[in-house]
Design a protein around this ligand. Structure first.
Ligand SMILES: Cc1cc2nc3c(=O)[nH]c(=O)nc-3n(C[C@H](O)[C@H](O)[C@H](O)COP(=O)(O)OP(=O)(O)OC[C@H]3O[C@@H](n4cnc5c(N)ncnc54)[C@H](O)[C@@H]3O)c2cc1C
Length: 603
C-alpha cells in the first residue's frame, strides 16, 4: 500500500520563510488566532488524520466503489466513519465565519490541509470538497433565511453541498441547460430536469445534501443570460431546521468511471423538486462563479496532492529497487545491483515530480495569501490588487497544476517499471484519479481561454502587468547578486518575453479571433512555467541567504537550490516549445475542413 508523510518541513519553508505567513496572518483581522503554535498544531493533526484515517481507505475505496440501492448511495466501507471523525474534529469549520459557526481561521490554512486530504484520498475528499464552495455561494448571495437554514449545517459538516451544473447535452456551454424552475404560490420553485456527473450527489455520509442547481425560469432570456441559481435540499428542513420531508430529487444512477471510484458521481433527477432562488433571477451564473472559483483552486490542489503522493512513493521505491549498475561504476558494490535511484533517467523522473510538487506548493500558498486578503484584508487597494492577481492565477492553479500533476503521477508509474502498472502498488490509481482533474471544473482548454481571453486580453494586459511588475521588481533587486544570476537572468528575460508574447497574440487577435483559441493552452502552460520560475527564484534566494547565514539544516536548503536549478535547466526550456507553438498561430489548426480531418480512412 502506498505511504504518505505530509511534507511538513517543506510546508514550513514555504509558509514561514518564503512567504512570511506569520506576518501575513498577523495583518489579518482575527489573524492572531493563527499563531505559529496553533498553525503547527493544526498542520500536525491534519497530517495525522490524513495518514492514519484517510490513507488506509484509499485503495479499498477504489476497489469497492459506491453502491446504489433504491435511490440511496452507500459510500465505500470506512468512508462514513472517517467523515464523522472529520466533523467531530471540527475540520469543516476551520476557516468559516464565526457568525455561521466557523472558527474564523484564514482560508489559506484550510487549503494547506486540503493538500494532505487530496494526497491521501481524493475520492473521499470530494464528499466534503464542494461544501465549502456551496457555503461560499450562499454566504455571498443567499438571503438571511437561507443562510440561517443552510450555512451553519454546511459549516459544521453535518450537511454536505453539491454543485449541479452539467446536463447530458452540456457541460462547458451552460447556456444550453434545459432544467426548468417554475414559481409556486409559496414563493418557492419547482425544479425539473436531469443533471449528470454530480459529485457526491447522493451518499450516506451526512444527514442532508444541499444541492446548488442551475435552472431556467419560464420567461428567461436565451443562453447564459437566462440562468438562475437555486438551493434544493435532499430533505426539506422542518421548523426546527432539521431534515424533514424528502424532496423530489433522487439519484437515478452512478457513473462507472476511470478513477475516483470511491466518490459517487451521480445522475440526479429533479422531478418537481422544491427549490429556492439564490441571488437575483437570471444572474445564477455569476453567483455560481463564486462557487466555481473556490472549486477551481481546490482542483489545482488535487493535482498538487496527487503529485506529492506519487513522488513520495516513487522515491521510496527507487531507493529500494535494485537493477543494473550505475554507468560510472557500482554505487552499492555490496549488493547484487545498485538501487535504481543511481540512474540519471530515474533521477530525471523523480526530480520532475519533486519540482512540480514543491513548485505547486509555492504556487498554491502564494495564491492562498491572496484569497486571505480578498476575504479579510483591511486595505481596499490591497484587496483590489489581490483580487486581480487571484483572477489571473486561478486558471493557472487549476489547469497547470492538474496538467503537470497528471504528468508527475505518470512518471511515478514509470519509476516503478512494470510494477507501476499493477494495482496493488497503488501507483496506477494515482494516475487514474489525477485524470479527472484536467476535466472537471472546466477543462484545461476552458481555463486557458479564461486566462488568455478573459483575464489577460480583456483587461488589455493589465492583470498580467500587475504580476510581471512584481517579478520585474524582484529581478531588479537581485540584479547584482551573482550567486543568483543563474535564476534571475533567465527570469528577467522570460518576464519581458511574457509581456511581448501577450501583445503579439493581442495584435493578431484583432484581425482574427481564432488566434486566441489557437494560442490559449500553450499560453497557459507558458504562464505556469513562468510563474513557477518566479517562485523557484525566490526560493533559491531564500535558500542561498539561509545557507550564508548558517543553518543546522543545510542539506534541506542545498536540496532546495538543486530543485530550483533542475527546474530552470530541465523544465523551464519547455517554454521555448510553447512560445514557438503560440507564434505559429492559427493557420494550420484552422486549414482543414471538418471532412478533411478524416481523409485517410478510406482508400
Ligand atoms: C467524475 C466527474 C465529476 C464531475 N463533477 C461535477 C459536478 O459535481 N457538478 C457538475 O456540474 N459537473 C461535474 N462534472 C462535469 C464536468 O465539469 C464536465 O464534464 C466538464 O466541465 C466538461 O464538460 P463536458 O463533459 O460536457 O464536455 P464538453 O463541454 O462537451 O467539451 C468537450 C471538449 O470540447 C472542448 N470545448 C468545449 N467548448 C470549447 C471551446 N469553446 N473552446 C475550446 N474547447 C472547447 C472541451 O475543452 C472538451 O475538451 C463532473 C465530471 C466528471 C467526469
Amino acid at each position: 500500500m502506498p505511504d504518505y508523510q505530509a511534507p511538513l518541513r517543506d510546508l514550513r519553508f514555504v509558509m514561514d520563510e518564503l512567504l512570511d505567513y506569520p506576518a501575513h496572518y498577523a495583518r489579518l483581522p482575527g489573524g492572531e488566532e493563527a499563531s505559529p503554535d496553533v498553525v503547527a498544531a493544526i498542520l500536525e493533526e491534519g497530517a495525522r488524520f490524513a495518514r492514519e484515517v484517510l490513507l488506509p481507505l484509499n485503495q479499498s475505496g477504489d476497489q469497492e466503489g459506491c453502491l446504489l440501492e433504491g435511490g440511496e448511495v452507500k459510500a465505500p466501507k470506512g468512508f462514513k466513519a472517517a467523515y464523522a471523525q472529520y466533523v467531530e474534529g471540527g475540520w469543516p469549520s476551520l476557516a468559516a465565519d464565526p457568525a455561521h459557526g466557523g472558527q474564523g481561521l484564514p482560508p489559506s490554512l484550510a487549503m494547506v490541509l486540503n493538500e494532505m486530504v487530496c494526497a491521501t484520498n481524493l475520492a473521499w475528499g470530494m464528499y466534503p470538497g464542494l461544501s465549502h464552495g456551496a457555503a461560499d455561494a450562499l454566504r455571498h448571495h443567499g438571503t438571511d433565511e437561507q443562510q440561517a437554514t443552510y450555512l451553519t449545517k454546511l459549516v459544521e459538516g453535518t450537511w454536505t453541498g453539491t454543485m449541479c451544473l452539467t446536463e447530458p447535452h452540456c457541460g462547458t456551454d451552460l447556456g444550453l441547460i434545459k432544467t426548468r424552475a417554475v414559481p409556486t404560490d409559496d414563493g418557492a420553485f419547482e425544479i425539473t430536469g436531469t443533471k449528470i456527473f454530480i459529485s457526491a450527489g447522493e451518499h450516506d455520509m451526512a444527514e442532508n445534501i444541499v444541492h446548488l442547481v442551475l435552472a431556467k425560469l419560464p420567461d428567461a432570456p436565451e443562453g447564459s443570460k437566462g440562468i438562475s441559481l437555486f438551493v434544493v435540499p435532499k430533505f426539506l428542513p422542518n421548523e426546527a431546521g432539521e431534515p424533514g420531508e424528502r424532496n423530489g430529487v433522487v439519484c437515478g444512477s452512478l457513473e462507472h468511471k476511470m478513477g475516483i471510484h470511491g466518490n459517487a458521481t451521480c445522475v440526479m433527477n429533479f422531478d418537481g423538486a422544491k427549490g429556492f432562488l439564490v441571488g437575483a433571477p437570471n444572474k445564477g451564473l455569476a453567483c455560481m462563479f463564486t462557487m466555481m472559483n473556490a472549486a477551481r483552486i481546490g482542483v489545482g490542489i488535487q493535482g498538487l496532492g496527487l503529485t506529492e503522493a506519487s513522488f513520495q512513493n516513487a522515491l521510496a521505491y527507487a531507493r529500494d529497487r535494485l537493477q543494473m549498475r550505475a554507468l560510472a561504476g557500482p554505487k552499492a558494490p555490496e549488493k547484487p545491483a545498485d538501487p535504481i535511484i543511481v540512474h540519471p533517467d530515474v533521477r530525471r523522473m523523480l526530480l520532475t515530480q519533486k519540482a512540480f510538487a514543491e513548485g505547486g506548493r509555492m504556487l498554491v500558498l502564494y495564491t492562498a495569501q491572496m484569497i486571505d486578503v480578498v476575504e479579510h484584508g483591511q486595505d481596499a487597494a490591497e484587496r483590489e490588487q489581490a483580487e486581480t492577481l487571484l483572477g489571473l492565477l486561478t486558471p493557472i492553479v487549476k489547469a497547470f497544476l492538474t496538467e503537470v500533476g497528471f504528468e508527475a503521477t505518470n512518471e511515478g508509474v514509470q519509476v516503478f517499471g512494470g510494477h507501476g502498472f499493477i494495482q496493488e502498488w497503488g501507483m496506477e490509481q494515482l494516475v487514474r484519479d489525477a485524470r479527472i482533474t484536467r476535466l472537471y471544473e472546466g477543462t484545461t482548454g476552458i481555463q486557458a481561454l479564461d486566462l488568455l481571453g478573459r483575464k489577460v486580453l480583456m483587461s488589455q494586459g493589465e492583470s498580467l502587468k500587475v504580476f510581471t511588475k512584481q517579478i520585474h521588481k524582484f529581478c531588479q533587486a537581485e540584479e547584482g547578486n551573482t550567486e543568483l544570476a543563474e535564476f534571475v537572468r533567465p527570469l528577467a528575460k522570460l518576464n519581458a518575453e511574457w509581456g511581448e508574447l501577450t501583445m503579439g497574440i493581442g495584435m493578431k487577435a484583432m484581425n482574427d479571433r481564432e488566434e486566441v483559441g489557437a494560442a490559449s493552452v500553450d499560453y497557459l502552460m507558458y504562464s505556469g512555467y513562468a510563474t513557477l520560475a518566479y517562485l523557484f527564484a525566490r526560493a533559491a534566494k531564500q535558500a542561498q541567504t539561509t545557507l550564508v547565514e548558517g543553518t543546522d539544516d543545510a542539506a534541506f536548503y542545498r536540496a532546495k537550490l538543486n530543485t530550483a536549478r533542475f527546474f530552470y535547466q530541465r523544465l523551464l526550456p519547455r517554454t521555448r516549445a510553447h512560445k514557438q507553438a503560440i507564434e505559429a498561430g492559427a493557420e494550420s489548426l484552422m486549414a482543414l475542413s471538418s471532412e478533411d480531418f478524416g481523409r485517410g480512412f478510406e482508400l
